[in-house]
Design a protein. Structure first.
Lengths: 345, 442
């Protein structure tokens, strides 16, 4: 019977392919913020070397690090991109699965900006307190900690337009969310005095910190689990919407978006590099040391990525919006020596 | 019916064929209303289709055009060696290209204000193409070669009319308002033009800063390899399972149980098959990630119920008299099935298979979990490499492009939808033709 033969041959093909599973390309997954940079480098790496173009997947920092920590071997990824530093918990999870030697590579900095429709209300200047007052579940009104009563931006800051509060913020699986919480919400919580009020009300410090980072759940703050394009589409449809974007994404869409200053500083590569603009974060990727020498091109990829020609201030990454790391030379040396995390710096 | 025939006797007026009584009018009006509802329903459907097609075509057709810069350039052996000696080689080729371009603009007498930086802003990432060309054709070093290379994405949008000069502010890092004057001058001199973008159909994915060079070709091939796997696994397994269940299996609780489960399986959301594929094929069987082989295996699981159900339906449609006649002249059960029933059911089986394949072709969700939704920028070298090497698939590529920040990629995503639809349409037309030609009715 012909179909029996077909089945047999198909199974044979599957078996052969399964047996020959040694991989010749670098496999990368993780942060969707790092993905554009990684894809630029991956393409250039394929064009400029004799190694095949690495495969880069997206999915968020946490998802990428989870896959990174699944174990050692050709069927696990070699590099995890992350828009935040790896957590102790994740290092422990890695170690449990045999992933002990991890090389941390900082590639540069990225700014997080607040932007709205070009022809929407004049959201041109924010402070962390404004964002906290708009989005916190409990805020300070006349010295009392109350459930957030604010409906419009002008309710708590007369300088802001009388427009309904509507913010699109990154979902919890994104590394961007953590920076948004730390540098904006938590800062605003302390600046408005809500943090002290919570402590005074008898909360422990940890509980008060957690309570600070929560956002209101009455639909004024919308979590976006997808990419920035989804946030952009929501902003396009809502005149009053405020969205959280990466600096490079905003710079690619200046014809649709206008950006707000944070505490009086306009976001740009210069203000982020100098540290004046407060909402920025370092970007990383993590290499499995055990895969160096096993997967061809892995170390070369890391060296190519961090070379001055690529990640330096005149390279294609900076041209796309990455704020280059002033300490790039140190990172290059670390990769050359394959220095793992935890080793003395 | 008895009611209607009884009416003329009880009504006072004897019914006339020429005049309608109230009841007939009511019935006719009901019929007319029903027809109107039907037409309205069809109109809504047609309208939705028109809106959809209009959106797809108006957004996607520009993706088949691209702006190119056409330049004759000569690379000397020294320049080639110098460029190959650096780390970021393609950048050096780009510089050579900019030099050649500015000298040609000088020769053409363009008096717009251009300097090296401005020309770099006008160009896409061109170094990769130049380097690949000279590495493949080392005999062309020192000769005059005409290159058609992608212009920057903003110039591309400017020529297509989707980006206006006034959209660009003076502080834009990617393009300056006066760059458009240079672009206009280059266009008049014939150095910048719009051409049909073959590279979109044959090329591979590119980095986010190079939308002009991105193509869907490699992912078409990825989809093709997945479909081969699905066809070679799902068809034989599905047909064998349905022949056994329909013709040989005893009717008992156990086969009923299997039957119910097959129907249930057809309704399982496709993402579940993705999770299954990740756990079984990648984590347990250690098959490679991002490989069309694994994608095909996952889609096979998803397509099997569709094929089994349609095959069983077409086996059922073969009249029992055919089987009885075969058995009556002394054929064995197996001979009656394979010589008589199966050939008659074949058109239906093929149609079901093609429709199952078309469904699998457009599936993205399961591919997310097995690593096929990502940046994959290369063609496989061999047939086996095509199966087990990393590749993307058409819907995954479209999903990827739609998430990128440069609007030219969004355009490419719509263009990718057109290509995907062309494939789906072709498969469905083949299914219809096969059914028309070979189907027999009793």
């Amino acid at each position: 019977m012909s179909f029996m033969k077909l089945t047999a041959s198909a199974v044979a093909i599957a078996a052969v392919a399964g047996a020959a599973s040694a991989r010749d390309n670098v496999q990368i997954a993780g942060s969707s913020t790092v993905l554009p940079y990684a894809s630029i480098v991956a393409e250039a790496f394929g064009e400029n070397t004799d190694f095949p173009t690495p495969v880069v997947e997206s999915g968020g920092s946490s998802a990428g690090l989870k896959r990174f920590c699944e174990g050692v071997g050709a069927n696990t990824i070699d590099i995890a991109n992350a828009s935040r530093a790896i957590r102790e918990k994740e290092i422990a999870a890695c170690a449990e699965n045999g992933v002990t030697d991890i090389i941390e590579v900082r590639i540069g900095y990225d700014g997080i900006v607040f932007a709205s429709q070009t022809n929407g209300p004049a959201f041109t200047a924010f402070t962390p307190s404004d964002i906290f007052n708009a989005l916190g579940p409990k805020v300070m009104v006349d010295g009392e900690l109350v459930d957030n009563p604010h409906q419009q931006w002008s309710d708590f800051n007369a300088d802001l337009p009388a427009a309904d509060i509507l913010a699109f913020i990154p979902g919890t699986k994104h590394g961007t969310r953590e920076v948004f919480e730390e540098k904006v919400i938590a800062a605003g919580c302390e600046a408005t005095g809500a943090f002290e009020a919570m402590m005074a009300a008898g909360m422990s410090e940890d509980d008060a910190e957690d309570a600070c980072l929560a956002v209101r759940t009455d639909g004024k703050s919308v979590d976006i689990d997808g990419d920035y394009t989804e946030t952009l589409a929501r902003i396009d449809a809502n005149t009053n919407g405020i969205g959280v974007f990466g600096l490079s994404f905003y710079e690619n869409n200046t014809d649709k978006l206008k950006v707000a200053t944070m505490s009086g500083v306009a976001p740009s590569t210069e203000t982020i590099a100098s540290g004046e603009y407060p909402v920025s974060r370092p970007l990383f990727f993590y290499i499995k040391k055990a895969h160096i020498g096993v997967i061809p091109g892995l170390k070369e990829y890391a060296q190519f990525f961090t070379a001055d020609e690529i990640a330096g201030p005149d390279g294609p990454l900076a041209a796309y919006g990455l704020v280059s790391d002033p300490e790039l030379a140190g990172t290059q040396g670390m990769i050359a020596e394959e220095q793992v995390m935890g080793a003395s710096m | 019916m008895t009611d209607a025939s009884a009416q003329p006797q009880t009504s006072k007026h004897s019914g006339s064929l020429l005049e309608q009584d109230a009841r007939t009018r009511r019935r006719n009006a009901k019929e007319a209303r029903f027809k109107a509802y039907g037409i309205a329903a069809i109109l809504v459907g047609v309208l939705a289709l028109i809106v959809l097609l209009w959106a797809i075509l108006s957004n996607g057709l520009p993706a088949f055009q691209r702006a190119i810069v056409q330049v004759d350039m000569t690379v000397t052996q020294e320049e080639f060696d110098a460029a190959e000696g650096t780390l970021f080689k393609t950048k050096e080729y780009e510089k050579l290209f900019v030099t050649a371009l500015s000298s040609q603009m000088m020769a053409a007498g363009i008096d717009a204000n251009f300097e090296g930086k401005a020309l770099e802003r006008l160009l896409g990432k061109v170094g990769g193409t130049i380097r690949a060309y000279y590495r493949e054709n080392p005999d062309q070093i020192g000769e005059v070669v005409t290159f058609d290379l992608a212009a920057a994405s903003r110039i591309d949008r400017y020529l297509k009319g989707s980006l206006k000069r006034e959209d660009i502010g003076p502080d834009n890092r990617f393009i300056q308002p006066e760059d458009f004057d240079v672009a206009d001058a280059m266009r008049e001199a014939g150095l910048l033009k719009q051409v049909f973008d073959w590279n979109f159909i044959t090329g591979v994915d590119t980095g986010v800063d190079n939308p002009g060079g991105a193509g869907i070709g490699a992912s078409v091939l990825g989809s093709f390899f997945m479909m081969i796997v699905v066809l070679f696994l799902a068809l034989p397994i599905g047909v064998a399972a349905s022949i056994y269940l329909e013709e040989f299996a005893p009717k008992n609780r156990f086969t009923d149980f299997i039957e119910v489960n097959i129907s249930n399986l057809a309704a399982v959301p496709s993402i579940v098959f993705g999770i299954l594929g990740l756990a079984v094929f990648i984590q347990f069987m250690h098959l490679p990630q991002s490989a069309p082989l694994v994608g095909g295996l996952v889609l096979t699981l998803m397509t099997l119920p569709t094929i089994i159900i349609s095959t069983r339906a077409s086996l059922k449609a073969v009249p029992p008299s055919i089987r009885d006649a075969a058995l009556g002249v002394g054929a064995s059960k197996m001979q009656s099935v394979f010589h008589h029933v199966l050939p008659l059911a074949a058109p239906g089986i093929l149609t079901g298979t093609i429709i199952g394949l078309a469904q699998a072709l457009g599936e993205t969700a399961p591919l997310l979990l097995i690593g096929m939704v990502g940046f994959v920028a290369r063609y496989p070298d061999t047939f086996l490499g095509g199966l087990e090497g990393p590749n993307s698939a058409m819907p995954a590529q479209i999903y990827n492009w739609a998430a990128r920040s440069d609007p030219v990629f969004t355009e490419k995503a719509w263009g990718g939808i057109i290509i995907l639809l062309v494939f789906l349409l072709a498969m469905n037309i083949i299914a219809i033709i096969l059914r028309r030609r070979f189907e027999r009715r009793w």
